[in-house]
Every structure is written in C-alpha cells, then in structure tokens.
Ligand binder design. Sequence first.
Ligand code: FAD
Length: 471
Amino acid sequence: MNSTQVVVIGGGPGGYAAAYLASDLSKQVTLVNLDKNPGGVCLYKGCIPSKALLHVAKLLNETEDAKKWGIEFAKPKIDLDKLRNWKNGIVDKLTGGVGLVGKQRKINFIQGKASFTSSSKLTIEKKDGETEELEFEKAIIATGSQIATIPSLDIKSKRVLNSTTALDLPAIPKSLLVIGGGYIGLELGSVYQALGSKVSVVEMTSGLLPGADRDLVNFLAKKIKEKYDKVMLNSKVTEMKEVKNGVSVKIEGKEGKVTEEVYDYVLMSIGRKPDTSGLGLDKTSVKVNQRGWIVVNKQMQTDDPNIFAIGDIAGEPMLAHKASHEGRVAAEVIAGHKSAFDPLAIPAVVFTDPEIAWAGITENQAKEKGINYEVAKFPWAASGRALTLDRNDGVTKLIVDPESQRLLGIGICGPGAGELIAEGVLAIEMGANLTDLKLTIHPHPTLSETIMEASEAFFGQSTHMYKPKRK
Ligand SMILES: Cc1cc2nc3c(=O)[nH]c(=O)nc-3n(C[C@H](O)[C@H](O)[C@H](O)COP(=O)(O)OP(=O)(O)OC[C@H]3O[C@@H](n4cnc5c(N)ncnc54)[C@H](O)[C@@H]3O)c2cc1C
C-alpha cells in the first residue's frame, strides 16, 4: 500500500493552498482531486469565470454610460463562442498554472475520488479506472460545497440554468428569471442583463442580498431596479414547467397573489450546501453538524485526531479566501506550528455594479450583540475621484468603537469596493483606530480617500463634507 505524510482531499482554493504550504513546510504531500488540475469550484466554475464575464459586463455598461459624456459606440456585436472561449482560456491558464506549481513542489497529484476506509487509510477511485489504497498520517478534507436545489422545482429542463451552466453561456436569453437575490444570482443576472437579456429577479425575503447592510445595498437595489425588468421581493416560485419556447413560472407574492409568466430561461440560484456523502466519514470519528458541515476547532481539526477539514465543507462564510486561509492554518498545525484560524475580519465582496464589500462587524451585528458603536460615513457624491468616474452612487461606512475609536467594521458600496476593502481588513486586523486612518496619507484623487474622509467625518472634520460632530 502506498503511503503519504499528508493527504489533501479536494483541490479547490482551500485544498491546494493547504497542500502547497504543507509541502513548503517539508511534508510529503498527496493531493487528490476530481478535476485534472487543482482549482475547484472557484477556478473552474465560480469566482474566476464569473469575474471574467463581469468584466465584460462592466465594459458593456460603460459604453452605455459613455452616451452621457458625448461618446457613442455602435451597438455591440456579441460573438458568444469567442466570449466563451476567452473565458475558458482564462480558466485553463489559471488551473494549468496552479497545477504546474504543484508539480514544481513535487506534490503527488492523483486525479480521482477519495473516500476513507479508516482514520488512517483512503481508497481512491482514479480517473483511469484503477483503485489505489493510500495510508496517511494526516488528512485534510477540502471537498467544498454543492449547488443547492429545490426538489419540487427540479424540472430537468435545459432552460433552467444553475450557476455552472449559466457560466457556460448557452445563449443570450431574451428573458431570464433569476430565482434568488443572493450574490451569485445578482452577479450572473447582471452579466446576462449587460449581454442583452431582459432580466427579472425573485427573492423570498424583503430585500436583495439578505444579511448585507441596507446602507450599502440601497445603491445596488436602485440600479438593479433601473436595469432589470422586474424585482419581485417577498415572493417565491411555487411551480415551474417547460413550455414551447420557455419555462412557465408561477410566483406567489406577499399577499398570496399568484402570477404566471413565461421566461426564455430561468437561473436557479438559491445557495450552496455541504455534501459529505460518499466520503466514508462513518469509518472515521469526524462529526458533522445538523446543517451538514464538518465540525472543526480553530486549528481546523475534526473530532478525529488524524483528520482536518477546511473551506466550504467546514462552514460559512463559503468564500475562497476563507478556504485558503483555513487550509494554510491546517498545514501549519500539521507541521507542528502553533496556529489558529481566528480572524477579526473576513471580507465579503459582491462583484455587481456597483460593487458591495464589507468586513468585520456590520451595524446590524453590532445592534444584535449589544455592542456600543458609532457610525461614520462618507458619501461618494463628495469624492472627486468618484465624480471623475461619473459614479457618485456609493458610500464608505465605518463602524467604530466610541471608547477606543478602533475600527470594528467597514462597508463600501461603489465601483472597486472589492479592492478598497482590503485596507479596512488590514486596519481591523492591526487594531488601527480612526486617528491612524485619518492621518494615513491617501493618494489623490482616488476612491481610497473615502476611507480617510470617513475617518475624518468620525471626528466631524471631513474636508469635503460639512457635518460637525454632535456634542
Ligand atoms: C458562481 C460562483 C461564484 C463565486 N464567486 C466567488 C467570489 O467571487 N469570491 C469568493 O471568495 N468565493 C466565490 N465563490 C465561492 C467559492 O467558489 C468557494 O467558496 C470556494 O471554491 C471554496 O473552496 P474549497 O476549497 O472549500 O472547495 P471547492 O472550490 O469547492 O473545491 C473542492 C474540490 O474538491 C473536489 N472533490 C469533492 N469531493 C472529492 C472527493 N471525494 N475526492 C476528490 N476530490 C473531491 C471537487 O471536485 C472540487 O474540485 C463563488 C462560487 C460560485 C458557485
């Protein structure tokens, strides 16, 4: 039987980060993955292909906006095959590159499906049809999450897309209904809207992006209302059936009123879920909680001393950067370091137009937890850089501890929010207070100044906004 010091099951951003660091820390590593290269959902059918298409959407939107500035382009011609190939090329380049740096590290990469036969042994059904038994000292489970479905609405129609098939760009639907107003649905909805589809969204709760701060979401909601055909809140899909040239969808609104409409395509985007079936966890002491996630401690150890779990399979937030950091902690713990996954802030970014990003504590969380806080805001309408981009539809919002004046949380809405948020994350992790932020010289004219000016606003001293501090 073959043996390895560390086996990592699943080659997503969590798994390959863990495998590569374990190797850098002198461990002999085997990485088992279903796909031919590492990358996981994020590189193959998540973060990367969606952001490539969102880049195209941004370009298309800007050519529309340019009309206001006296510049008019001809109606864009979209070659869907070429666009798909470009996007697939990015995925191939990135997954190939990630695979290559694994080979350079001499990691034993096996394409196949692994399941435990005990707390120290695995069986791997390899892609080539062979089965390999592997003995390990430590294992890291990094098998990610799956697309959630509603069984009663699972009508097996090619016109009902999920996030994976939507990224394959099967067509530019004349009309598209997005079921679910979460970040994946809104990102993909905005891609199709920019490509020319008439997009509607139906969301069960009272607002888009449930859980996110309304001060941030309001700008996005306004833009979506302008661009989309319909936004149906407090509403749920009760029935779907394929009809000639489309999908007929019944939607129940707030007062129980049911409407029926035919859409060219439907995108079902109601979330993601953990799935540990087929992993053979019953042969180990690994425990799974009621919602299906593997239970881990801050060292990413499961209840089985030999087995760690990281990434989407180990709980929310299901984000690639959280997976990678957990992976690196597991690798360090296995290498004997005193490590723990204990972040003060995990950034979340919604790559819509405008973008929304936040990190640390939100205002609602502060309220719910009874934490004493103050809010400082800087509207982008007062930012020179935002005006030069013709984008005053944004805000930078800080949640501050009034005693220590430390930054507890940050939320940003506006183009580039996903890049800007990193400064806030660093400030929270470093324990920066608002004096640190306001005294840090930010380059002009940039959107990063909105963080400095929001900090100045906390003291009632923002240069570009008159709002004296209440005594
Ligand atoms: C459309 C979309 C857009 C997204 N955009 C973003 C974004 O912008 N930013 C962000 O942070 N997150 C984003 N995410 C979420 C992100 O993709 C996940 O949080 C991330 O991929 C989780 O990483 P992971 O390593 O836990 O697992 P995954 O990336 O899910 O990788 C797990 C891997 O394990 C393999 N595997 C499963 N079982 C086995 C087995 N038994 N044996 C061997 N291999 C196995 C799977 O095939 C898969 O390759 C997006 C997701 C989607 C769907």
